[in-house]
Design a protein around this ligand. Structure first.
Ligand SMILES: [Zn+2]
Length: 153
């Protein structure tokens, strides 16, 4: 917190680009408690950003299955006369799995087997992870754009 405030004071003196750096640091420090001040030397910023992008590549290359959407798990009442499922929630049938995802701009729902659901669960978790990595990649690229070709004004 003290560090972040120090950066903010400095940023208000130096202007817009440092303010931007402050926002990045503040955002990072939400996730990582031991975040240090961003280095001011462009070569260091560039080196660090490239190392982070390298790690993002490695993490992305380890992802195999990738699915968007959501997996719904539900228990069903069959409606057969005399079946206990009508009275007893614990006697309901299932679980049944339904996967909803966007395909060709449309939301599609399909039923999947328990085995497929297990794979999907992993694939959906991978998708979320990939999205986070892509966002980090974007952030590092923006850092590179600012450090490699700073705006002159
Ligand atoms: Zn039943």
């Amino acid at each position: 917190m003290v560090q972040a405030l120090a950066v903010q004071d400095e940023a208000s003196l130096v202007g817009e680009r440092c303010l931007h750096a402050f926002h990045s640091v503040a955002k990072l420090s939400d996730r990582l408690s031991k975040v240090k001040l961003m280095p001011r030397r462009p070569e260091l910023i560039i080196e660090q950003a490239r190392e982070r992008i390298e790690r993002i590549h490695e993490a992305l290359s380890e992802i195999d299955y990738l699915c968007s959407g959501t997996l719904l798990e539900r228990m069903k009442v069959c409606g057969k006369p005399g079946c206990r499922c009508a009275q007893d929630p614990d006697a309901r049938h299932g679980p049944y799995y339904e996967w909803g995802h966007m395909k060709g701009g449309k939301l599609v729902h399909r039923t999947v087997s328990p085995e497929q659901a297990a794979v999907l669960r992993r694939a959906i978790a991978n998708y979320r992870q990939a999205r986070k990595l892509m966002q980090a990649w974007e952030d590092e690229t923006e850092r590179l754009i600012d450090a490699e070709a700073p705006r002159k004004s």
